[in-house]
Design a protein around this ligand. Structure first.
Ligand SMILES: Nc1ncnc2c1ncn2[C@@H]1O[C@H](COP(=O)(O)OP(=O)(O)OP(=O)(O)O)[C@@H](O)[C@H]1O
Ligand SMILES: [Mg+2]
Length: 290
């Protein structure tokens, strides 16, 4: 079983940072330099937009199939903040390197997430960078979004649904308490898995590219994260009561006091705002396609 929480032992070279446990695998498939990985073309395209692409690569190791994901970020401006990286380690990092660091830091705080295999970045023309991140397939975890699509009948069981939502809310609280905010906290990026017949799922998060940090708890993190999550939960499967339960679980409370009620109202307003904004964006994209 893959370990979603242990700390990562890393090996750094000029353009690469590698998870020590995967060094041999990378050598076997000749992923031994920035160029060899950047130029790799075989694999199934999962996403390809101007800024980045994601491909899934099948590997045969000791007669066992393994899937890895390669997320490549096309050239980006890392700017003058790059200079500050000499003094503050996370300043000016490229997207690929930054996500690798975020994954390691989540794990150091015992926040479950995918297995990082390697990341790399190469500076171009001083202040520009190309970068990538390789992660191992998160199977047997499944994203909440995929599960909703494939097994909506699961959610007919109110107890199972309640326990699952409670665990997701608890992870959100733990993440915020540890000084991290995912910034894309939705059904796509929430993963879960049930160990041997257990009724309580293990929850994990992935796509940690946009994580923000603060040493102090940020009130707005709670509002935005829960609003994003609520928006991604379809109304025909999740009732208003289910969504309120998420908030109560986040707060570890049985009922709302007047201050909580105000926060809940704020979350609902924010959810409606995200809905309006997304629908407007979709409509204008569709118009452009016509
Ligand atoms: N380690 C992994 N295991 C399984 N699937 C993965 C993994 N990494 C990426 N994927 C798949 O590729 C998709 C895109 O990856 P990811 O979310 O990291 O990229 P992204 O470009 O930041 O996405 P977006 O901006 O659309 O949220 C995911 O939704 C998922 O389907
Ligand atoms: Mg994503």
């Amino acid at each position: 079983m893959k370990d979603f929480s242990s700390t990562v032992n890393r090996i750094e070279t000029k353009h690469l940072v590698v998870n020590q446990d995967y060094q041999k695998l990378l050598q076997d498939i000749k992923f031994d330099s920035f160029e060899s990985i950047w130029q790799h073309r075989n694999g199934e395209t999962i996403k390809n937009i101007k800024k980045r692409s994601v491909i899934r690569i099948e590997i045969n190791q000791h007669n066992q199939k393994k899937m890895i994901y390669l997320k490549r970020h096309n050239i980006e401006f890392v700017g003058f903040s790059r200079l500050l990286s000499r003094f503050f380690s996370k300043y000016g990092l490229s997207q690929g390197r930054l996500e690798f660091e975020n994954i390691c830091d989540f794990r150091n705080s015992n926040l479950p997430t995918v297995v990082p295999i390697a990341a790399g970045e190469k500076l171009q023309h001083l202040f520009w960078a190309e970068s990538f991140l390789i992660t191992e397939d998160f199977h047997p975890y499944i994203s909440l979004e995929a599960f909703l699509e494939n097994q909506p009948q699961f959610f007919m069981d109110p107890t199972k649904k309640k326990v699952l939502l409670k665990e997701i809310a608890s992870l959100a609280r733990k993440m915020h308490k540890n000084g991290f905010n995912h910034r894309d906290f939705n059904a796509t990026h929430v993963l879960f898995h049930y160990d041997n017949e257990s009724d309580v799922p293990n929850i994990a998060l992935f796509d940690l590219q946009r994580v923000e940090r603060s040493r102090f708890f940020k009130f707005r993190w709670k509002i935005k994260s829960l609003a994003r999550l609520n928006y991604s939960l379809p109304d025909d499967i999740f009732s208003a009561e289910d969504k309120l339960n998420i908030f109560l679980s986040y707060k570890s409370k049985k009922r709302l006091n007047p201050k909580d009620s105000l926060e809940w109202l704020w979350i609902k307003r924010k959810t409606a705002k995200i809905k309006r904004h997304t629908e407007k964006k979709l409509a204008s994209n569709n118009e452009r396609k016509l």
